[in-house]
Design a binder for this molecule. Structure first.
Ligand SMILES: Cc1ncc(COP(=O)(O)O)c(C=O)c1O
Length: 409
């Protein structure tokens, strides 16, 4: 039995809200309304000639899931539609996306300029792993445009890598200004858009060349699977990234692609609701006597508040960080652990972008493997706590935090 109900391809000019629900590969002959999960590692070939032609890519058709898979393609099409890119390529995790991008675009002797406040593993990958192969990275202060400019080496700099807002300090860099710097230096700007997602921020519209994602976070949105992606031109995907994924194997699993594909259908609702909760929580936390500093771009007290409001559709996002009171590193760590361990509802973990609120001690988790010197330079003190706000009732989140904040010695 078959159902040939698929209608014409989607019309041009549909709104992101519609594309988040509808953009995908055409339905199969069964006419399924929810996109199908093609959980297969290889594909049956009708005969040897066709098989040879498909492997040689002289004829279209699926061969092996490390090369292509319809569910992964649905995920890629939907994300590209939301970011406004020609194409996207899925990878097994966010870190795999950065690995793929760097392996494909860099060679020994090349140079990268990267914010020193990006996700800890990104610093490790560029600063340690790629250094072994002769790719040098200069880490600069996230918001110091002059430092970015000065770090560029005219003959060698190929990539500028930025993440905004940063994790966990929520520092915001000016994407448009960095894109101008990159263009003048004949380099390319990559923006990690994991925190804002295309719902709040579309870096390609601001001049970035590529956008990368940890789909593990908001795109999935319910903390289930690892996924990653890079959004860019179709030519880059076809000529650089696809061959790298096929060769090096950081392919996205069809199951994970399907989970994230369905997660993206509610992305805008979740991101907006969580961002609104975060703003209220940040305003409230700022008043608490046990909180010595608070980082949230949605508050006027944030140093880049104006820029964030311009660049992030007027919203601060759903991640905030605060420092508990204390003097020595030992006292700060003890106090931070007290607040975290006094919670009963919040999840103690190192993820974000989940519907469940997550509380994290960055200095001992996401940034735990960095040397004390690098961690200090990135501003990650022992008293810092990050909260990735979810969808629980705000009063319950506050009550959970108060248990520790009100009992600090
Ligand atoms: C901003 C950012 N980029 C990249 C990553 C890496 O993503 P993944 O854990 O999917 O490899 C993370 C993970 O926390 C992140 O927060």
């Amino acid at each position: 039995m078959s159902n040939t109900t698929d209608r014409d391809p989607l019309a041009a000019g549909l709104h992101p809200q519609t594309l988040a629900v509808r953009e995908a590969m055409p339905a199969s002959q069964y006419g399924e309304n929810s996109e199908a999960l093609f959980l297969t590692s290889c594909y049956r070939q009708p005969d040897s000639e066709t098989c040879a032609a498909r492997f040689a890519a002289t004829q279209p058709g699926y061969t092996y899931t490390r090369t292509s898979n319809p569910t992964v393609e649905s995920f890629e099409r939907r994300l590209a539609a939301l970011e406004g890119s020609e194409a996207a390529i899925g990878t097994s995790s966010g870190m795999a996306a950065i690995l793929m991008l760097c392996l494909a675009l860099l060679k020994a002797g090349d140079h990268v300029v990267c914010s020193r406040s990006v996700f800890g593993s990104t610093i490790g990958l560029l600063g340690k792993e790629f250094a072994k192969f002769g790719v040098e990275t200069t880490f600069v202060a996230q918001t110091d445009l002059q430092a970015w400019r000065a770090a560029i080496r005219p003959e060698a700099t190929r990539l500028l890598f930025a993440e905004t807002p940063t994790n966990p300090l929520t520092e915001v860099c000016d994407i448009r200004a960095l894109a101008d710097l990159a263009r003048n230096a004949h380099a390319q700007l990559v923006v990690d858009n994991t925190f804002c997602t295309p719902v709040l921020q579309r870096p390609l519209e601001l001049g970035a060349d590529m956008v990368m994602h940890s789909g593990t976070k908001f795109l999935d949105g319910q903390g289930r699977v690892l996924a990653g992606a890079v959004c860019c031109t179709a030519q880059l995907v076809r000529e650089q990234f696809m061959p790298m994924v096929r060769t090096a194997g950081m392919a996205l699993s069809p199951f994970n692609a399907w989970v994230v594909l369905k997660g993206m259908e509610t992305l805008a609702l979740r991101v907006k609701a969580q961002s609104e909760q975060a703003l209220q929580l940040a305003s409230w936390l700022q008043q608490h006597p046990a909180v010595s500093s608070l980082h949230y771009p949605g508050l006027p007290s944030h140093p880049q508040h104006q820029l964030a409001m311009r660049q992030q559709s007027g919203a601060g996002g759903s991640v905030l960080a605060f420092t508990v009171k204390g003097h020595t590193p030992e006292e700060l760590r003890r106090n931070a652990f007290h607040v975290i361990d006094s919670t009963r509802l919040l999840t103690i973990a190192a993820n974000l972008g989940d519907t469940k609120t997550i509380i994290t001690h960055p200095a001992s988790t996401s940034h735990g493997r960095l040397s004390e010197e690098v961690r200090q330079a990135a501003g990650i003190t022992q008293g810092l706590i990050r909260i990735a706000v979810g969808l629980e009732h705000l009063d319950d989140i506050k009550a959970d935090l108060l248990r520790g904040l009100d009992t600090l010695k």
